[in-house]
Every structure is written in structure tokens, then in C-alpha cells.
Design a binder for this molecule. Structure first.
Ligand SMILES: [Zn+2]
Ligand SMILES: [Zn+2]
Length: 198
């Protein structure tokens, strides 16, 4: 570590051309160079405060920093939304390229995504099917139906697993039932399948 900064008054030149210790402007102590974080913007390339002073400062100002980060987050979000708008084509090309380079990772991720979003996928399909059949549709929220039916299967009257239930069309779409709140109900997957089979 050879730093030639003999102009710095707060630096100890214990050996020629080599920084051994540095004076911390916060705790007013001479400390080993290793006790300072690097900072490319200062003349000697080190922070003016030692690491422990910096840590203490951050600890005391954690609340302040948190709110600062939150403010910046909003700013960055807005900035990035604007950026995305301007570079849509470029970003899409980049995304395709990235997917191609990371296809294995993507496969794992996609499989996981569809496993967790299976219900959403299924509901969207039902809505699309109903729309195609020119049947009345509305955006049916699973959480609203679950609340309304109190998690009770409308076929057998038993409670369903909150994480594993089907949104059943009381009059099936194939029999011109609608994809609307008054024609859907909570059901067990088994009850729904049994009904579909009969
Ligand atoms: Zn210090
Ligand atoms: Zn049931």
C-alpha cells in the first residue's frame, strides 16, 4: 500500500511514502489504515472517519437512513419506469438474450412461478373461455369468493383447504353459465372434478 499524500495533515508518515496510521476526525484517534474504509473521492483514498465511527454513526442514524432510502426508492422507481418506457425495445431484446443465456435458471423459475400461480392461470383461462363463448364475464377475485362462501365447498358443504380449492362454475360454461360472481363458488378440487366427470 503505497500512497504518496504527504500534503495530508491528518496522516502519519511513519515510514517514507507509506501510510501506516491515519487520524480519525470523529474519534480524534490515530488508527491503522485497515480501520478506514476506502473512498476514491478523498485525497488519500480513505474515509475521514474510521470504520467503527462510521458504524456508530449509521447505528444512531438508522431511522434517518431508512426514511432517506425510502424517499430515494420512490425516486428510483419513477426514474426506472420512465427509463423502461424510453428503452422498451432495447430492454426486450436484452431480456430475450438474457433468457437464452440463462435458460436453465429460467426453466426452474418458470416452473415455480406456474406452480404458485396455477389458480390465477386457471381462472384467467376460464374467463377467456367464457369471453370466447360470448358469455357474460366479470373479473372474479378468488379472495372475494372465498370470503363470501366462508371457505365452504358449495358441492359437499365441507371446509376447503385455503391454499388448494377450485373456483367452480355452478352452471358450467359449457352449459352457457356465466363467469360472474353469482355463478361461481368455492369447491374442493375433487368435488369439482367429480362434477365435471358426471
Ligand atoms: Zn474514529
Ligand atoms: Zn366438496
Amino acid at each position: 500500500m503505497s500512497r504518496k499524500s504527504n500534503i495530508m495533515a491528518n496522516v502519519d508518515m511513519s515510514s517514507v511514502g507509506e501510510l501506516i496510521t491515519k487520524w480519525c476526525s470523529k474519534c480524534k484517534m490515530h488508527k491503522q489504515i485497515a480501520a478506514f474504509t476506502k473512498n476514491s473521492t478523498t485525497a488519500d483514498g480513505l474515509q475521514t472517519w474510521c470504520k467503527s465511527c462510521g458504524a456508530e454513526y449509521r447505528r444512531l442514524n438508522r431511522e434517518h437512513e431508512r426514511s432517506y432510502r425510502k424517499r430515494r426508492l420512490k425516486h428510483f422507481r419513477e426514474y426506472y419506469a420512465q427509463y423502461r418506457k424510453r428503452h422498451l425495445k432495447h430492454l426486450h431484446e436484452y431480456y430475450i438474450k438474457w433468457r437464452r443465456a440463462n435458460w436453465l435458471k429460467c426453466q426452474v423459475y418458470d416452473a415455480k412461478y406456474w406452480r404458485t400461480h396455477l389458480n390465477k392461470h386457471r381462472d384467467n383461462n376460464a374467463r377467456r373461455r367464457a369471453r370466447k363463448l360470448k358469455l357474460p364475464t366479470e373479473k372474479v377475485k378468488r379472495s372475494v369468493v372465498y370470503e363470501r362462501d366462508k371457505g365452504i365447498c358449495h358441492i359437499c358443504g365441507q371446509k376447503v383447504d385455503p391454499n388448494k380449492w377450485h373456483l367452480d362454475h355452478i352452471i358450467p360454461l359449457s352449459k352457457s353459465g356465466t363467469h360472474t360472481y353469482n355463478n361461481v363458488g368455492v369447491s374442493h378440487p375433487q368435488c369439482n372434478n367429480r362434477k365435471a366427470a358426471s
